[in-house]
Ligand binder design. Structure first.
Ligand code: TYM
Length: 340
């Protein structure tokens, strides 16, 4: 970690096992970017309770998420790794940001519209204000870059709006205004069963997603069963969302361009594309799965790492929160009296 490097921060909700969408849209890019930035990566347990969670599963998945970050290549000696609820400043700043965000803008969030539509008439209020907690995650650490999949772009943009709004009132140096980093391929991996909707960890159909816990055999079966389109020619087009999705997965893993991949499939059948995509996925994910399972055997190692991570994160978060409270006019008490 170096004070000169810009801050990069990102997180995953441990609301289920992670999918290859989470990996290609987010995690793989964290690994690519980690050496150029001062990085913080965490598991956002406070976010998961916006919908009901099974406590036992949540605890297991939270450890698993952190183990997966390391297994995927995040260096715990360089990046700060922690669990969101271990740093209470996240919830505190979220309250402040909630007071500076508007019902109208929160109501426009696509993810809120999608998720609340499934909840009937009892929509948890947390689901509505969730983006202000995410804004808090980001703004607490003076984050410059937020590598996420395209579904989270709107939340990062809202974070920017809130930061600029408060900077205009309380001084331009109150918050660093962050930017999203959306990868050129893999930013939106689609469901294998319905390639017009996003692959999601919360999809009740386990065949819709490849999980990072899946074995080679499971991956092969799921990808072979993936819904493709009518026709036989392999092209990268919106009218062929199933084929497009498999090509996207390949592009995100190999770094090859779509035209390059399409020309390598000239004269080949969908079956070829499916088997080769499955093989690439299996090769990429096998070492991550094995390493994750190994790490999960030693929870005391993870606990120590997470405790150190939370302490490091907390001391940074407190500086921001103290500055915000001071600018708002709160009487100093918890934090030493100083002028910001
Ligand atoms: P979450 O847990 O839904 O997803 C974690 C990351 O995976 C990306 N992602 C995808 N990328 C490509 N294709 C997909 N099908 C796909 N599904 C998910 C997401 O864009 C995300 O980058 N609110 C966030 C977590 C969060 C956060 C933060 C992220 C909380 N605080 C601060 C960044 C910074 C979420 O629910 O992600």
């Amino acid at each position: 970690m170096s004070a000169q490097k810009a801050v990069l921060l990102s997180a995953v909700q441990p609301s289920n096992r992670l999918t290859v969408g989470n990996y290609l849209g987010a995690l793989k890019n964290w690994v690519r970017l980690q050496n150029e930035y001062d990085c913080l990566f965490f598991a956002v347990d406070l976010h998961t309770i916006t919908l009901r969670q099974d406590p036992k599963a949540l605890r297991e998945q939270t450890y698993r998420a952190i183990a997966t970050y390391i297994a995927a290549g995040i260096d715990p000696a360089k990046a700060t790794l922690f669990i969101q609820s271990h740093v209470p400043e996240h919830a505190e700043l979220a309250w402040v940001l909630t007071c500076f965000s508007y019902m109208g803008e929160l109501n426009r969030m696509t993810q809120y519209k999608d998720k609340s539509a499934k909840e009937g008439s009892n929509i948890p209020a947390g689901l509505f204000i969730y983006p202000t907690l995410m804004a808090s995650d980001i703004l607490l650490y003076g984050t410059k870059l937020v590598p996420v999949g395209s579904d989270q772009k709107q939340h990062v943009e809202l974070t920017r709006d809130i930061a600029i709004r408060m900077n205009n009132i309380y001084g331009g140096d109150l918050f660093v205004v962050p930017e999203p980093f959306i990868p050129p391929s893999g930013a939106r991996i689609m469901s294998l069963q319905d390639p017009t909707s996003k692959m999601s960890k919360s999809d009740p159909d386990p065949n819709s997603a490849v999980y990072l816990t899946d074995t080679e055999d499971q991956i092969l079966k799921k990808v072979k069963r993936a819904v493709t389109d009518s026709g036989t020619e392999i092209t990268y087009e919106d009218t062929k969302p199933g084929v497009k999705n498999l090509l996207d997965i390949q592009a995100a893993i190999t770094g090859k361009s779509h035209p390059e991949l399409v020309s390598s499939y000239a004269g080949k059948m969908y079956g070829h594309l499916k088997v080769e995509t499955a093989q690439l996925l299996a090769q990429e994910l096998a070492p991550i799965r094995t390493k994750t399972d190994e790490l999960l055997k030693d929870l005391s190692y993870l606990d120590k790492l997470l405790q150190d991570g939370a302490e490091a994160a907390r001391s940074r978060a407190q500086v921001t929160l103290a500055r915000v409270y001071d600018r708002l006019g709160f009487v100093p008490g918890r934090y030493p009296r100083r002028s910001f």
